[in-house]
Design a protein around this ligand. Structure first.
Ligand code: NDP
Ligand code: GDR
Length: 373
């Protein structure tokens, strides 16, 4: 039985990857952070009571800022494969916490690689690094390939650039099987609530049911190449099963704007939405409502405004990946389109909003957490 260790197992990708590896018969170990509230919601369904026998999914307390903790976990588990998905992964937050982001995303990657080497596991343990399309930042070429030069535009992207190169360096210097997946944006119903797609599907579902009044957004003209997290974790695993470690771009090759994603969401909710005004004064108004998905809305309601607080000090305006290498070498093609993914996310968020509204109707008025990101 192969053993895998996943950092960031409680995150979006970590949870899908853990499911995939368990299906493939792996013994899966994950690192979770200590928090004052439960933070294992995304993996609770695959977690077994440690008192029962036959468990193959184990969670260890740990943190990418803690070298001795990482070394101990690695030496206890001795994994065949390490997937480094843990990160302070929010680009806007990285401008507010740049040093912490560098510690976790850049030095954290070094800590893992060096611990693997220190334990003499560099020839037996394969390493996957969660690299990112944010490396391209101010894009030098459209579409972006494995050869496109990097120009990172945030403390997050700069930290991830260090992680990218230290992974390449350990491969070249020590012959480690270490590789980078340069992943473009990927989403799902498990996406963090402050990333743009989830902020939209969740916020608009709440608005449709009268749980929230208005959605405040940043740069809705940004262009992204969005895929589904399930397709992308499949590729993470495939990258570690090759004869030779290589880096790959993982993308769909199709690009849409945030504005388009908002319109898809509106359509799923039976809302016809019209944008008017310009710049920070732009608004989105309900033109008509059909079906029963948005009972709280009527024509003329303004449900979206621009708030400059969500503009970034340096923006990545456009990203479009070319996944030709992944297709050619690994036979990987994404199976879920961005529109299908949006529909799945709306269905999931609408279900949650309905649950909330039902509780409210029966006197249990639990506040809806408002996203701020
Ligand atoms: P998430 O933000 O959903 O998950 C991040 C995970 O990292 C969480 O489990 C989080 O724990 C954990 N984490 C945060 N800080 C630390 C720390 N100090 N020590 C240990 N673990 C920590 O991200 P995604 O699942 O979306 O992304 C996975 C990885 O892929 C990240 O590295 C991200 O930067 C990268 N990436 C993501 C893309 C995307 O579009 N999703 C695209 C390209 C790259 P907790 O749950 O406690 O917060
Ligand atoms: P990104 O994802 O920065 O690309 O990083 P995010 O969904 O946060 O932003 C995408 C684009 O939407 C614009 N935008 C807004 N974004 C947020 N979060 N909130 C808003 O209100 C808003 N309005 C407009 C942003 O400016 C941006 O242009 C994600 C993360 O998962 C990274 O970890 C990962 O490396 C990259 O994707 C690839």
């Amino acid at each position: 039985m192969k053993k895998a260790l996943i950092t960031g197992v409680t995150g979006q990708d970590g949870s899908y990857l853990a499911e995939l590896l368990l299906e493939k018969g792996y013994e899966v170990h994950g690192i979770k952070r200590r928090a004052s509230l439960f933070n294992t919601e995304r993996v609770d369904h695959i977690y077994h009571d440690p008192h029962t026998s036959g468990k193959n999914f184990t969670l260890h307390y740990g943190d990418l800022t803690d070298t001795s903790n990482l070394t101990r976990i690695l030496s206890e588990v001795r994994p065949d494969e390490v997937y480094n998905l843990g990160a302070q992964s929010h680009v806007a937050v990285s401008f507010e916490a740049p040093e912490y982001t560098a510690d976790v995303d850049a030095t954290g990657t070094l800590r893992l690689l060096e611990s693997i080497r220190f334990l003499g596991m560099e020839k037996t343990t394969r390493f996957y690094q969660a690299s990112t399309s944010e490396l391209y930042g101010l894009v030098q070429e459209i579409p972006q390939t494995e050869k496109t030069p990097f120009h990172p535009r945030s403390p997050y992207a700069v930290a991830k650039m260090y992680a990218y190169w230290i992974t390449v360096n350990y491969r070249e210097a020590y012959g480690m099987y270490a590789c980078n997946g340069i992943l473009f944006n990927h989403e799902s119903p498990r996406r963090g609530e402050t990333f743009v797609t989830r902020k939209i599907t969740r916020g608009m579902s709440n608005i449709a049911l009268g749980l929230q009044d208005c959605l405040f957004m940043g740069n809705i003209d940004a262009l992204r190449d969005w895929g589904h997290a399930k397709d992308y974790v499949r590729m993470q695993w495939m990258m570690l099963q090759q004869d030779v470690a290589e880096d790959f771009v993982i993308a769909t090759g199709v690009q849409y704007s945030v504005r388009e994603f908002i319109q898809w969401t509106a359509k799923e909710l039976g809302i016809e939405l019209e944008f008017s005004g310009e710049g920070v004064n732009e608004i989105a108004t309900v033109v008509s409502v059909t079906g029963d998905s948005a009972p709280a809305l009527k024509p003329g309601d303004v449900i979206l405004r621009i708030d400059p607080r969500y503009f970034r000090p340096a923006e990545v305006e456009t990203l479009l990946g070319d996944p030709a290498k992944a297709k050619e070498v690994l036979g990987w093609v994404p199976e879920i389109t961005a529109q299908e993914m949006c529909a799945e996310m709306v269905a999931s968020d609408l279900k949650a909003a309905r649950r909330h509204a039902l509780l409210k109707e029966h006197g249990y008025d639990i506040p809806v957490a408002l996203e701020n990101g």
